[in-house]
Design a protein around this ligand. Structure first.
Ligand code: NDP
Length: 232
């Protein structure tokens, strides 16, 4: 039976490598990105995928666009809904620096959009075989692991994404849906920077292993790409 994953922010970074990774294992990938016209690498991947990868436009803060995509994909079974799209937030966000408008925008993308996606696509996930909703959170959003302070917008938006994950895991347990947050490692993408130790392809391979091994008992947790559970 075919397996299907929907990935947001699939045009570059970890999302693009996850698209490549899942397609290479025979998954169908519904690859969403803000602007398909400028997503050259993703388009090439789709063209060479023999129909495995399909590209859809999706700005994750646009609730109407989310609902329209869900309606267009109403008959699908989505084994994994993967909220990957994210931003690091304003350039300056340490003590005394924060721009509240930019902070709110960071929240919209990193914390609120994953919940809107879950609400919009819950039926497609519920009728799939694997029934997984995953959101890329971050170790930087862990209260326990915060020893350095600062980064108010990013940290708080990812902590909120973790809490959204936790509540969803409880709300959707009765429907057999597994809901997790993921930490991809410190990855050398545009966001992570060139000095980051983990390559996007490695992170994607690790996350593939984590996501495809999940079972119902793993719900409501923050999973690192290494396969360990991190404290919230
Ligand atoms: P990149 O900056 O390389 O990619 C971010 C992706 O998110 C792009 O595809 C971008 O699209 C998309 N995106 C941003 N805003 C929106 C939006 N409003 N609507 C739709 N898509 C959007 O970052 P990474 O690949 O590194 O990050 C992927 C995820 O991993 C993020 O959630 C990030 O927070 C998380 N993460 C990353 C870490 C790292 O070290 N890199 C560490 C921990 C977590 P566009 O090209 O159109 O801007």
């Amino acid at each position: 039976m075919g397996k299907t994953i929907l990935i947001t922010g699939a045009n570059r970074g970890i999302g693009l490598e996850l698209t490549r990774e899942f397609a290479s294992y025979g998954w169908r990938v519904l690859a969403c990105c803000r602007d398909p016209q400028t997503a050259a690498e993703l388009q090439t991947l789709a063209e060479r995928s023999a129909g495995a990868v399909t590209v859809y436009p999706l700005e994750v803060t646009d609730g109407e666009q989310i609902r329209a995509l869900s309606a267009a994909l109403a008959e699908e079974k989505i084994d994994i809904l993967l909220n990957n799209a994210g931003v690091s937030g304003p350039e300056r966000q340490d003590f005394g620096e924060i721009d509240t408008e930019a902070w709110l925008r960071t929240f919209q993308i990193n914390s609120i959009a994953p919940l809107q996606m879950a609400v919009a696509f819950v039926e497609q996930v519920a009728r799939s075989r694997r029934k997984i909703i995953a959101t890329v959170g971050s170790q930087l959003g862990s209260l326990t692991e915060n020893t350095e302070g600062g980064m108010y917008a990013y940290r708080s938006s990812k902590a909120a994404a973790h809490m959204v994950t936790k509540s969803l895991s409880i709300d959707l347990q009765g429907r057999g849906i597994t809901v997790v947050a993921l930490h991809p490692g410190w990855v050398s993408t545009r966001m992570g920077g060139a000095e980051a130790p983990v390559k996007p392809r490695q992170s994607a391979a690790d996350l593939f292993a984590v996501l495809t091994a999940l079972t119902a008992k793993d719900t409501g947790k923050l999973w690192a790409h290494t396969g360990q559970v991190l404290p919230w």
